[in-house]
Design a protein around this ligand. Sequence first.
Ligand SMILES: [Fe+2]
Ligand SMILES: [Fe+2]
Length: 274
Amino acid sequence: MDESTEMRPTAQVLPHELPASLREAGLTNWIREPLDDAVDRRRRIIMPPAAAVMGTPASACQGALLAEARHPDTAFMMGDNPALPKMPERPALKDFFLLRFGPIPRTHLLQSARVARENGLGEEVIMACLLHDIAIAGLLSANHGYWGAQMVAPYVDAEVAWAIEKHEALRYFPDESVGYSYPQAYVDYFGADYTPPDYIRREHEAARKHRWYMTSRLVTINDIYSFDPRVAVDFEEFEDVVGRNFRQPEEGLGFDGSPVAHMWRTMIWPNNFL
Ligand SMILES: [Fe+2]
Ligand SMILES: [Fe+2]
């Protein structure tokens, strides 16, 4: 075998015929055929996390994916997925914005922060706007206000984390006294007849009485409900605010031993099997 053949792993591995159940569930993309950058030159299987597939046809495919992984030339994805940009050893907040968050949530967060700054608001509001949907951008959408607040709590002032958490409930309830109406986008997303569950109503009632109510309310006011994905905002625009208001751990987010480090590691290696 000459060297050029040796360097072409795709030619060395016979592609498997995917089980019909996987093809039907649209899971063919969850199996990464060996490419030149494949670890060990093996196919890598990405097992979709339960929270992503529960209630969908894809949840029925766990057995088929497990069976695929038993092929000797196949393994589950662990560590760096070559389809994602490699993160630095000590990642900072900016690295997650640039290397992990998709363009839509990234732009949404940056535009919200820019509007808050243009409205002359304080740095705690600008920070809360910059981070308010960080869970949607990198982790989970359901309960995103709560997840997002936890992710950043060790690194920001308590008021910022509180505002992020409470925007989850406040966004559903108008406060005309400060010019906040129910977003038209929510009528489109949830239907005109949607009513938030009781626990969200209780959260809203309690948050209204809190001394930091307006900080969180300002997140909902500066939230961009119909934003223009063509308007580019650079993270650099907020580097000064982040420098003053985000206590970046020296070891890197994910490796500082904080109670939320695992959440950041999950975004670094989102496809780890276990
Ligand atoms: Fe949100
Ligand atoms: Fe938002």
